[in-house]
Design a protein around this ligand. Structure first.
Ligand SMILES: *[C@@H]1O[C@H](CO)[C@@H](O)[C@H](O)[C@H]1NC(C)=O
Ligand SMILES: *[C@@H]1O[C@H](CO)[C@@H](O)[C@H](O)[C@H]1NC(C)=O
Length: 300
């Protein structure tokens, strides 16, 4: 027993580089570790553990992540149902993005490192120094937007009917996009397939096709949206935090597992595939591990 404790002490001391640790502290650490290990989830080739729970003042919607900076962008809908755009910096600081008019959603072009803002007064680019510049769709009430993989084509959905328009020529040319008459939750994958929700149903418009297809295997009504991970995989999540992978080849979704969170409003993944889940008053982070973090060190 004594020997075991000494060995454990040595291990812990290595980690925290302090030899001054009491037995009580050691027991606490072991309890934390046991709690951590018993709460691990395992699906989608990852082990997930519940991480930070970040308090925010309202409902987060339309989350996206800038891979390079780790900044998380979302629409905050407060208790009076007013919206504004926020960025949660990787440092943990929040910032409300100042726009002319009303900020309604945002999207990140991760290839070109550009953040676009949809406002009731057109589309803006958001710069790292906090300034914004007018980009496209002047005088349009833009609710949602997404950009093609190379960033050259933008699709917007406008109020009140979520009519979809295509914008090209550096924001100069705008036309009605007839393959998707209306939709929200617009998302584009790296092959320029476009995902959207219309009449509470999830669809994909495949690149080079003109008729959207209903995605099989997703529940109607309860989808929070589609998110394309940094490794180009397409995921969807319903409001019970069931995570699905979407295979565009056969227009089908497969259920991977659940994070056991209810009333999900939005989700996203950061550059390391850690999962962010937005619920009322919180953004919950689930850390992703390639290997079981409890396997090597926790043998009884
Ligand atoms: C679609 O393709 C994926 C990958 O090949 C497969 O796992 C899934 O079972 C297929 N789904 C259907 C409904 O055929
Ligand atoms: C899911 O959440 C409920 C309520 O918080 C909890 O009782 C249950 O143990 C959780 N299940 C898993 C598999 O984590």
């Amino acid at each position: 027993m004594e020997k075991l404790i000494l060995m454990l002490l040595a291990t812990v001391a290595n980690v925290i580089s302090s030899p001054l640790i009491t037995l009580q502290e050691l027991q606490n650490q072991q309890q934390n570790k046991a709690k951590f290990c018993s709460s691990l989830l395992h699906f989608n080739k990852y082990y997930y553990s519940p991480g930070e729970s970040i308090a925010i003042n309202g409902y987060p919607a339309d989350m996206s992540v800038h891979w390079q900076t780790g900044n998380i962008y979302y629409t905050l809908i407060n208790n009076e149902m007013k919206m504004n755009l926020q960025v949660l910096h990787s440092s943990g600081d929040f910032e409300t993005i100042k726009v002319v008019g009303l900020g309604q959603s945002s999207t990140v072009d991760n290839l070109n490192d550009i953040v676009y803002l949809a406002t009731d007064n057109g589309v803006y680019k958001y710069n790292d120094d906090g300034t914004t510049e007018r980009y496209a769709a002047l005088n349009e009430d833009v609710m949602y937007l997404t950009v093609s993989h190379d960033g050259s084509v933008m699709y917007i959905a406008t109020w009140p009917q979520n009519r979809v328009h295509k914008i090209t020529n550096e924001g100069q040319k705008q036309e009605t996009f007839s393959p998707i008459p209306n939709g929200h939750g617009l998302t584009t994958d790296t092959r320029d397939n476009i995902f959207f929700i219309a009449t509470k149903t999830s669809y994909v418009l495949k690149n080079d096709q003109t008729v959207p297809i209903k995605i099989k295997g997703l529940p109607n009504e309860r989808m929070t949206g589609v998110f394309v991970s940094r490794s180009d995989e397409v995921f969807a999540m319903d409001d019970n935090s069931n995570l699905y992978t979407i295979d565009v080849e056969n227009d089908s979704a497969n259920l991977l597992g659940s994070f056991n969170v209810t009333d999900v409003n939005t989700f996203a993944m950061d550059a390391a595939d850690n999962v962010l889940i937005g619920v009322k008053g919180r953004i919950l982070k689930f850390n992703a591990y390639d290997r079981n973090p409890c396997e090597e060190t926790y043998d009884s």
